[in-house]
Design a protein around this ligand. Structure first.
Ligand code: SAJ
Length: 429
């Protein structure tokens, strides 16, 4: 095999590790760098710190080209994949990026490529990354990651990639690097535009969901069924409204839009409003649940699903955390259950049966496939009061109502069972 270049990947998280494995699988010699000694030891022992479809097999296959260290070393390419969390003032905490830049500075040589994948506010290259290497003749690229948790490897391979570069030669080197595993189109552009594109994608989705959440509240008051309303509106060829829910979680949508507007001189108004709408959904859910519990003394409430979205084991920024906190503030006894999440700040009940028994109200927060299959009126027959609040439009209200449950679906307070009746008659025909 051709003797491929050496790449130092800084940050072995949800993006850095799969990317390191894909590049190692393509024949590059990868030095994976992380400051978490336990994670490094785990990886050296052949264990993965998180799960993603296909990652275990890829990791096994690419291990001969992977080494793990807690400091960088000389390489042809340096790839920055460190986290950029939100600080207390809704601004990007760039300390990990700055540390990574500092850590590689003594190893970078003329002709090296420094490529960043971390999500960063506009102008971070201009103001922080590039100035740190101004006396070295290096190439820069910004290639924001765009993969969806739960489908990371497929999307890393198949999605189009945006590569922002500082000059044509950087573009040539960076494109060749990504072409080694990307089958989607590669779009070269300038670095500032690439920084903004990444944030626009998530701000767009966040805004669309905020619109859906606002529609859910409107339907609750005006009598429509938001799930039906959106389904039908989306039959129009130029309408694509997203789905409402208990709030927006994960490591991207609740964070990235803030980066786009952290420079106050942009005059942006809508993105901030979007964030407020989505962040207020847990409060709305708990206010609505409270209306169902007025006659119940010392309610026991069970939160079903603490992952930030369906079918992942990831609970970062999950709206479930705020829902649990708000429910506890009301003096309710709160249980939480999730079939996939292993680590969570609040104790998780180990079985669904245990989580349901003697509860007064179930709040379906995450529509895991597991709940779609296992959560039935029969499985909930051991509840003390028969109340269920569905924030995802995931259960069939009619079936639950027939079994004697009070069912409240977000955005369908005046529940019409019309479309469910139609759907089941279609299914039976
Ligand atoms: N959600 C809704 N309604 C919807 C869709 C999602 O309430 O119609 C909620 C989910 O329940 C979840 C949150 O939004 O709480 C975010 O989930 P997601 O599936 O929209 O996105 P992430 O955070 O897993 O990944 C996003 C993706 N961005 C876009 O689709 C534009 C992914 O492609 C990015 O790579 C990722 O952010 C990232 O790392 O930036």
């Amino acid at each position: 095999m051709e003797n491929k270049k050496k790449i130092c990947v800084l940050g072995l998280g949800f993006i850095g590790l799969p990317t390191a494995c894909l590049l190692a699988d393509a024949g590059y010699q990868i030095v994976g760098v992380d400051t978490d000694i336990n994670k490094l030891q785990q990886l050296k022992n052949g264990q993965l710190p998180f799960d993603e479809p296909g990652l275990k097999e890829l990791f096994e296959r690419s291990r001969p080209n992977l080494t793990f260290r807690n400091t960088p070393e000389e390489a042809d390419v340096f790839m920055i994949c460190v986290p950029t969390p939100l600080n207390g003032q809704n601004r990007a905490d760039l300390s990990y990026v700055k540390n990574a830049v500092g850590a590689i500075s003594s190893f970078v040589r003329p002709g090296n490529l420094i490529v960043t994948e971390s999500t960063i506010p506009p102008r971070t290259h201009d103001q922080i990354i590039q100035p740190a290497f101004q006396n070295t003749n290096v190439y820069f690229a910004y290639t924001p990651e765009r993969a969806l948790v739960g489908n990371t490897l497929k999307e890393m391979r198949e999605n189009d990639r945006i590569i922002g570069v500082d000059n044509l030669k950087s573009g040539e080197i960076a494109e060749q690097l990504y072409r080694s595993f990307v089958t989607g189109n590669i779009h070269l552009t300038d670095i500032n535009s690439a920084e903004i594109v990444k944030l626009v994608e998530n701000a767009y989705r966040d805004t669309n969901i905020a619109f859906a959440n606002e529609l859910a509240r409107i339907c609750d008051h005006l009598g429509g069924d938001v799930w039906e309303v959106i389904r039908l509106a989306n039959c129009h060829p130029r309408v694509h409204v997203h789905q409402p829910g208990p709030g927006v979680g994960g490591h991207c949508l609740p964070i990235d839009p803030w980066f786009l507007i952290e420079n106050k001189h942009t005059g942006s108004q809508m993105i901030q409003l979007t964030r407020q709408v989505n962040d207020s959904m847990p409060n709305y859910v708990i206010d609505e649940v409270a209306k169902l519990l007025t006659k119940v003394d010392l309610p026991i409430v069970t939160v079903l699903g603490v992952a930030y979205k369906a079918n992942v084991d990831d609970a970062r920024e999950t709206p479930a955390a705020k829902i649990i906190e708000l429910a506890r503030q009301r003096g309710w006894q709160v249980r939480a259950h999730d079939p996939l999440v292993k680590r969570f700040d609040y104790p998780l009940t180990s079985t669904l049966t245990e989580a349901i028994r003697d509860a007064d109200c179930l709040i379906l927060v995450t529509d895991h496939q597991y709940y779609r299959e296992q959560l039935t009126p029969e499985s909930a027959s051991t509840m003390r009061s028969r109340i269920i609040f569905d924030t995802r439009g995931a259960i069939n209200p009619e079936a639950w109502q027939q079994a004697g449950f009070i069912v409240r679906t977000l955005g369908a307070a005046h529940q019409s069972s019309y479309h469910h009746a139609i759907e089941s008659s279609r299914a039976n025909s």
